[in-house]
Design a binder for this molecule. Structure first.
Ligand code: BJW
Length: 246
């Protein structure tokens, strides 16, 4: 892989870098991406049929089981080198913001702090009627009841048709508008509003780097593209930008 000198200078000299990650960054940890075909029990479903409030109210058991299956995969997974590079970057770049669409918590497990969880976290539960967060663990079986009002609990994630949590949206917009370099890693760029952040950053003067296995709808607007697995590209990029790194 050839990394341009312009990109390395930009990385070294940027005081504010904003990174948006998608499910591709966790693929090398063994977690299927969102648009990978589901297998086994789930082969007949698409995520679009399961990650909606309508699906949950129509068949709560089914959707809860899907989340239980995913939680199990996540609990067996480990952060990979891509997560680890981003965790180290937070101490190298003064204004470093990490936005993730992933609900798997692997960035935090790699050591990243202040991660903006744009689509929530699969390990938390909240009330499906009032939205309040609970301490009830997401147990297997049927969806548990809210301790306050007995309504069904749901995973604390953002489904299609739902709004991004205010704090996450505010931080994401501010960090995108303010950065000098915006990096999108392992995201298909088809789910909004996350997919609009790169363009927002560029419209305010930032340069845009895309890291992905394949081309995406964001590729044509990227100032720099590094094509390949994030778990290989990010360590190479880190080594090239900061050769003193371990
Ligand atoms: C690798 C790799 C490796 C693999 N290395 N790379 C504007 C235009 C059109 C539509 C809309 C719009 N605004 C809103 C919408 C509707 C909708 C939407 O975007 N639909 C699209 C499908 C068209 N958006 C919403 O509903 C959002 N809400 C909203 O806008 O609220 C306002 C509103 C309210 C009411 C009415 C109208 C508006 C909410 C979106 C919530 C998305 N939720 C999910 C589920 C989260 C919970 C869970 O995990 O269960 O979030 S869906 C799913 O997609 C998940 C992901 O975070 C998200 C993005 O997927 P991601 O991460 O990009 O994964 P993939 O699989 O798509 O791509 C993987 C990529 O990795 C690929 O590119 C690979 O090549 C790459 N890759 N291995 C590097 N090793």
């Amino acid at each position: 892989m050839t990394i341009s000198g312009d990109l390395l200078d930009l990385i070294r000299n940027s005081q504010r870098i904003t990174v948006l990650t998608g499910s591709g960054i966790s693929a090398e940890s063994g977690i299927p991406t969102f648009r990978d075909a589901l297998t086994g029990l789930w082969a007949n479903y698409s995520p679009e049929e399961l990650a909606t409030p309508e699906a949950y109210y129509k068949n709560p058991s089914l959707v809860w089981k899907w989340y239980a299956w995913r939680r199990q995969l996540i609990s067996q997974a480990q952060p990979n080198p891509a997560h680890q590079v981003l965790a180290r970057m937070q101490s190298r770049v003064a204004g470093f913001t990490l936005l993730t669409q992933n609900v798997d918590g692997l960035h935090q497990r790699a050591g990243s702090t202040s991660v903006v969880e744009y689509h929530g976290n699969i390990m938390r539960t909240r009330c499906s009627r009032h939205g309040c967060m609970t301490d009830v663990p997401p147990i297997e079986g049927e969806p548990p009841a809210c301790p306050e009002c007995s309504a069904m609990l749901r995973p604390d994630v953002v489904w299609f048709g739902e709004s991004i949590p205010n704090h996450a949206q505010f931080t994401a917009v501010t960090a995108s508008e303010d950065c000098q370099l915006f990096i999108a890693i392992g995201t298909s760029g088809i789910v909004y509003p996350a997919a609009s952040l790169a363009q927002l950053a560029q419209s305010k003067g930032a340069r845009f780097l895309e890291i992905n296995l394949d081309r995406t709808p964001l590729s044509s607007m990227a100032d720099f593209r590094l094509q390949g697995p994030a778990g290989e590209i990010l360590p190479e990029l880190e080594q090239a930008a900061w050769p003193d790194v371990r």
